[in-house]
Ligand binder design. Structure first.
Ligand code: SF4
Ligand code: SF4
Length: 316
């Protein structure tokens, strides 16, 4: 059995909610088929008070091996470096994380707040919150740029707000079964999950190509980047390759991608697209801006008639 401990710092429990809806594998399979023992979880376990402290102490003192430490939520360092804005089991939460991360074989950050600081670390950041190994785009965070868990890996960042449920369970299994294949990008996100963009697999790609706009939020036709600020073409995620609940994604449902997997999330320009003339200003990942704007202007002129109006008349 592999011991897994899940702790939550400054967070909304959104990643716990996501985890519970995992599908491939689901949480029950994770625990019964893959030999993971959930030693404690703040929302799912019955132990309270001193019993929890004993579980944590047994890991720290080496009485029990800690295979996977999952942290949800940012680390509150304030006020004045004491961490007392977030006290858990009679100690600053940050002190538990510091001790447990020294003995953990793998440390996984579930969701943006523990990866990069996320919403708690957004300006003005009153609790001096930060991510485990990044503060937004800057390497370092709470554990420092050189931190390595006992496996030799840095904190594995499963970013997102929340992280996709299957990304969490698949990363846990990947760490336990094939850690040598767990290749990470510059922000420590598993490449298998984050090497492509939300744009890949989006059902609106043909509209993007010709810069034909979605008319309203929630509609089925048109691209959401033309007017509604979709960031899918420069956001690293597999949201349209590994669908949510195996059914859908934000862009398939008619809502723009907010770029929630990126270290600078949250930004503050949602639902709006900055443009040069009629063309969205921000180019797709890796594409130079000026050639992109020129090419987009030409392809807008070449847009096929069949895409310009509603494909199915009479349906809103
Ligand atoms: S809606 Fe977003 S993800 Fe989909 S094609 Fe347009 S820009 Fe790409
Ligand atoms: S579609 Fe974009 S905003 Fe939505 S979950 Fe995926 S990466 Fe995050």
């Amino acid at each position: 059995m592999a011991n897994l401990l899940w702790l939550e710092g400054s967070a909304c429990s959104g990643n716990t909610m996501a985890f519970l809806t995992a599908d491939q594998p689901d949480v029950i399979d994770l625990l019964t088929q893959y030999g993971v023992k959930l030693c404690w979880h703040p929302s799912l376990s019955l132990e309270m008070g001193d019993s929890v402290k004993k579980i944590l102490r047994d890991f720290i003192d080496g009485h029990e091996p800690l295979d996977i430490l999952v942290i949800e939520g940012a680390i509150a360092q304030g006020p004045n470096g004491t961490g007392k804005y977030d006290v858990f089991c009679e100690r600053p939460f940050k002190d538990w994380v510091a001790d447990l991360s020294k003995v953990a074989r793998f440390v996984i950050a579930a969701g943006d707040c523990s990866c990069f600081g996320g919403i708690p670390a957004a300006d003005p950041n009153p609790t001096d919150a930060t991510g485990l190994q990044f503060h937004r785009k800057d390497k370092g965070g709470f554990l420092g740029a050189n931190y390595r868990s006992a496996s030799g890996l840095p904190v594995i960042n499963v970013s997102g707000c929340p992280a996709h449920p299957d990304w969490i369970t698949q990363t846990i299994i990947g760490a336990l079964t094939r850690p040598q294949d767990l290749l990470l990008d510059e922000y420590h996100r598993p490449l298998d999950l984050y090497s492509t963009t939300t744009h890949q697999g989006c059902t609106r790609n043909e509209y993007f190509e010709y810069k034909i706009a979605a008319e309203t939020l929630g509609c089925k036709e048109g691209c959401l980047s033309v007017n509604f600020g979709c960031q899918g073409h420069y956001t690293h995620s597999s949201c349209n390759r590994i669908l949510w609940n195996r059914q859908s994604s934000k862009t398939r449902a008619g809502v723009p991608c907010f770029g929630c997997t990126e270290p600078d999330f949250p930004t503050f320009n949602y639902f709006k697209t900055e443009k040069v003339g009629m063309i969205p200003k921000k180019s797709p990942l890796g594409v130079p801006t000026l050639p992109y704007i020129a090419a987009a202007a030409v392809s807008k002129l070449a847009a096929p008639e069949r895409l310009k109006g509603k494909m199915i008349k009479g349906r809103e």
